[in-house]
Design a protein around this ligand. Structure first.
Ligand code: G1P
Length: 318
């Protein structure tokens, strides 16, 4: 058995329109926006590879060409860096090329996350597989996929990643009803609801963007009608899986994550993620922290300039 416990394939949906980041995403996929100096999507692929997944399928849409180019060779650039003797940058350029076996399938109509996952059926076949959403970055020091794959191996079925959030934030996430198990960090999922009203939420666990799915999900997704927002929701398919017998690929467990997670899904949290990640970096962190300390203490910061009156910086903090 490999270190990934029989799970080899990662599916990464990347067909969203990125409307929250317009105009930056007019011609650039949002997955390619840099977090410090690496496209967000590269962190996600690195996480999959670190967990032992060697085959990555991107579900893409229109204007995703830069994404494909990023994971392919760039001979001209390689040549230019090589002839300058810039081996450090050459290595950076080659890192994304050599990460994993990468495949692409186009989603066609963007009908929702469940529909995107269904597009992976042909490539995945009858194996369990992982799904990683690009808006959630998991700190490499706190990996969660290996634990999820361990739970899958022990119990079968599907496994989702959960995180405690304040009740008022639950409307941004899928939310499960759960029962404890005899493992401290794992719960049994008995029901799920996509983006509930906080008052009706069955728990304060948010589904974060990591899933280990039984291939039975495909047959369920084919039967899943559009749900919240008129989209085919993965959450709705998981809800069905949660009540299906184990012998048919049913059963859903949650692994409760308590590590460091960064959200790049909207502008404010993207900025926060960029600052947090840069502060942790050896090359940039010390100088950035120094500057931040000075900036926060400065009159310029205390004055809270025009920001509050003109901008719409009040988007959801996730
Ligand atoms: C998706 C899922 C949701 C999950 C979230 C995690 O929502 O539908 O259940 O909680 O990802 O980031 P999205 O953020 O794409 O609207």
């Amino acid at each position: 058995m490999t270190k990934s416990g029989g799970v080899h394939k990662a599916v990464v949906p990347a067909a969203g329109l990125g409307t929250r980041f317009l105009p930056a995403t007019k011609a650039t996929p949002k997955e390619m926006l840099p977090v410090v100096d690496k496209p967000a999507i590269q962190y996600v692929v690195e996480e999959a590879v670190a967990a032992g997944l060697d085959d990555v399928l991107f579900i893409t849409g229109r204007s995703k060409r830069p994404l494909e180019d990023h994971f392919d060779r760039n001979l001209e650039l390689e040549h230019a860096l090589d002839s300058k003797g810039d081996h450090h940058r050459l290595q950076l350029v080659n890192e994304s090329t050599d990460l994993a076996r990468i495949h692409y399938v186009r989603q066609g109509d963007p009908l929702g996350l469940g529909h995107a996952v269904l597009m992976a059926e042909h490539h995945v076949g009858h194996e369990p597989f992982a799904v990683l959403l690009g808006d959630d970055l998991i700190d490499p020091r706190d990996p969660i996929l290996p634990r999820m794959m361990q739970v899958r191996q022990a119990h079968g079925g599907s496994v989702i990643a959960l995180m405690e959030v304040p009740r008022e934030s639950i409307a941004l996430y899928g939310c499960p009803a759960t029962e404890p198990t005899d493992e401290l960090d794992a719960v049994l999922v008995t029901d799920l609801v996509e983006k509930p009203d906080p008052a009706d939420a069955p728990s304060t666990f948010a589904v974060i963007g990591r899933y280990v799915l039984d291939p039975a999900v495909f047959a369920v997704l084919r039967q899943t009608a559009p749900g919240r927002g008129g989209e085919i929701q993965l959450t709705d398919a998981l809800r069905v899986l949660a009540t299906m017998p184990a012998g048919e690929g049913g059963g859903v467990r949650g692994v409760v994550f308590s590590g460091r997670r960064y959200d790049t899904g909207d502008r404010l949290s993207y900025l926060q993620a960029s600052i947090m990640i840069a502060c942790e970096r050896e090359d940039l962190g010390p100088a950035l922290r120094d500057w931040l300390r000075g900036f926060v203490a400065s009159a310029e910061f205390a004055d809270e300039p025009a920001a509050r009156s003109g901008s719409d910086a009040g988007g959801p903090v996730r």
